[in-house]
Write a protein that binds this ligand. Sequence first.
Ligand SMILES: [Zn+2]
Length: 242
Amino acid sequence: MSLFLSSVNTKCRPRSSSPLTFVDSIDIPWYCRLNHALESTHQAALAWGGDSWDLADAKKKAYASSVLQEKLKYLSAYELNAALIDIMKQLAVDPSPVVPDGSPFQMLRTSAIKAMRTSGLIEFGAHTHTHAILSQLSFEEQRREIGRSLEEVEELTGERCAFFAYPNGHAEDYDEKSLLVLKAAGVEAALTTLPGPNETTTPLLELRRYPVGANVNLATFQLMVHHCLYDYRKTVNFRLAV
Ligand SMILES: [Zn+2]
């Protein structure tokens, strides 16, 4: 099993002594701030950016979170932070919450990473420094994002990092520049979020994979790993297109 790490604190608050700011810190990334806010709000609804969401129960909050994340993830770090503060104001929650020890929103500890690595069951890959959408960046910016995340994963695990996963991972989220940077950095394999089987002809820097969330039961998982759902959807889309 592979885990992919992004490490930066986009709020730049000096709350961690480690240069790997999220790991070992009490800070959380933006999507965790959003989920934490939605979980802790007492408001029954949210109106923001011309849309509104019912927040009556956990399922409705989860739906609001997924739509909001899609809206927010393409914003610059500055715009994103401003949008989050605005949403938290609407939700009447603290914009800088302290996440208590043991909270599901808390970031990994170095000790946990080392324990997982020494178990031999889990390896760690890089996922950019700020979880940036690479295709929106220049070559030099991509080089910094990828290079720094590789270095940080190597520092955390004490071994060479040869694997990478593209943030968001759709075809439009990385480009030729990303592939060049990864190749030059000696990355052996990189994962997209494009579904489908990996054939011998699939480029190693554009491997396919399926998202397995908490809502995926064993039967669905079996259909996924045998590519049945993928084949079914491909057939349906083909029939709809002709
Ligand atoms: Zn990600």
